[in-house]
Design a protein. Structure first.
Length: 66
């Protein structure tokens, strides 16, 4: 059971990383025409903060539970 929970936690974090990484890539490649994000740098910083959060979770899982 513990192994299944760890796998689920890792997949959850990896999914969020992939989603927010895609957002950053889109923002970097298509900075024009994104009306709801007038401050592109600030938006990218927020996305990177979210990626860092889930990356930290993956590191904690590896360090303490694997």
């Amino acid at each position: 059971m513990m192994e299944q929970l760890i796998i689920a936690l890792k997949k959850h974090a990896e999914g969020h990383i992939a989603k927010h990484k895609a957002n950053v890539i889109i923002l970097l490649n298509k900075t024009t025409g994104i009306a709801e994000h007038p401050d592109v740098i600030e938006t990218i910083e927020k996305e990177l903060d979210i990626i860092a959060k889930y990356d930290d979770q993956l590191e904690m899982i590896k360090k303490y539970f694997e």
